[in-house]
Ligand binder design. Structure first.
Ligand code: PLP
Length: 388
């Protein structure tokens, strides 16, 4: 008999839209993909070469399950350099992508009777993993009127004696919103009253900020003993397909996180870990160049979308997504997604894929060329006028 929890697993519609877009393209349709959230850049050449060299040098075997010691040290050095914070390499776990950190956190801190606070709209795997663990997901809204930032008081007001974990993601997928430091300060202050509640800060977009400084929850020493940080290489270094990320764990959880990794994947492939060392220690101008492109495209896409009757779009402040309000069009979010892909060749994602607060919105990724973005939005303009 199937384990009943299997029926509670959700999915990430970006992958089904990607598959359908691929089918349509294979049948000869001209498809512009603003669906999946991955940089359209290739991994920078010096990183690719480090991976190739590692393979040629014989890095073919298992590595320690927590990751190569040199890589864990490099991550620790990177955090020291970027945030002036000391994190022991012993608390850093190298995993295949950022995703395993969230899944591990839910497996360790979820379960029947627990409540986990999660942003809504948000990365769909948060809710899926919470539900799978048997815990109850308690959404807190990230609303447009608030610049898609979280409201510390609202989040704090949802904590009960069953709350085991709070998820935070800034800059955020799918909205491109960032939470200002003043609001984060308020939240951390409020958390003093709840010393048993852990926090998972998903910082995968921390180097993709269009104005102001990146903010890591590692800079709040008062919560360090109950903070889990998720980060990785996928978005920063255009390395989504290499599958590598890291978690920083409180000392009381690190051994459990390792045990889960040993049960599930053993380790990240060795060559990828060598490439990841080069990514962090090598020339960072590739990161800056990608950031400049994403910033320009984010402005481009929101300006173009605001030109369409019935659509409005806040300029994203980070990550590489625009989250457009389509409430004044003839479409629900899902109908918009389907019509845009099937009839106008534009892959975008319904806001409802990210939670109930996403109704009335669609997510468009800025990870495509200026020309493709311009053409895609012009097709959407046509779609709205054809269906007015
Ligand atoms: N966290 C957020 C908010 C994301 O948007 C993503 C990927 O889209 C991830 C984590 C997972 O990243 P990875 O591909 O490294 O598993």
């Amino acid at each position: 008999m199937l384990n009943p929890s299997a029926n509670r697993l959700g999915t990430e519609s970006a992958f089904s839209v990607l598959a359908r877009a691929g089918q349509l393209a294979a049948s000869g349709k001209d498809i512009i993909n603003l669906g999946i959230g991955q940089p359209d850049f290739r991994t920078p050449q010096h990183i690719v070469e480090a991976g190739i060299k590692a393979l040629q040098d014989g890095a073919h075997g298992y590595t320690p399950s927590m990751g190569l010691p040199e890589l864990r040290q490099t991550v620790s050095d990177d955090i020291k350099m970027r945030y002036q914070q000391d994190v022991s390499p012993e608390l850093i776990q190298i995993v295949p992508g950022g995703k395993p950190v969230m899944f591990t956190a839910m497996m360790l801190l979820g379960g029947a009777g627990q409540e986990i606070l999660t942003p809504d709209p948000a990365f769909p795997i948060y809710q899926s993993a919470i539900n799978y663990s048997g815990a109850t997901a308690v959404p807190y809204g990230l609303i447009e009127e608030n610049g898609f930032a979280f409201d510390a008081e609202d989040v704090l007001s949802k904590i009960t004696d069953k709350t085991s974990l709070i998820l935070i993601n800034s800059p955020a997928n799918p909205t491109g919103g960032t939470t200002p430091k003043s609001e984060m300060d308020k939240f951390i202050k409020g958390m003093e009253k709840f010393p048993n509640v852990k926090i998972l800060s998903d910082e995968i977009y921390d180097r993709l900020i269009f104005s102001g400084q990146p903010l890591s929850l590692l800079t709040y020493p008062e919560i360090r003993d109950r903070l889990i940080v998720l980060n990785g290489w996928s978005k920063t270094y255009a390395m989504t397909g290499w599958r590598i990320g890291y978690g920083i764990w409180p000392s009381e959880l690190i051994d459990y996180a390792d045990r889960l990794a040993v049960n599930v994947h053993s380790c990240v492939n060795a060559a990828t870990q060598h490439a990841a060392i080069t990514a962090l220690t090598g020339d960072q101008s590739c990161v800056d160049e990608m950031l400049v492109a994403f910033r320009r495209r984010a402005a481009l896409i929101s300006n173009l979308l605001n030109d369409i009757d019935g659509i409005s779009c806040q300029a994203p402040s980070g990550a590489f997504y625009a989250f457009a309000n389509i409430k004044n069009t003839a479409f629900s979010s899902m109908a918009f997604q389907e019509k845009a892909l099937e009839n106008y060749g534009v892959a975008c994602i319904s806001g409802t894929s990210f939670g109930g607060f996403g109704e009335g919105y669609i997510r468009l990724s800025c990870a495509n060329s200026d020309e493709a973005i311009t053409e895609a939005v012009s097709r959407l303009k046509q779609m709205i006028s054809d269906n007015a």
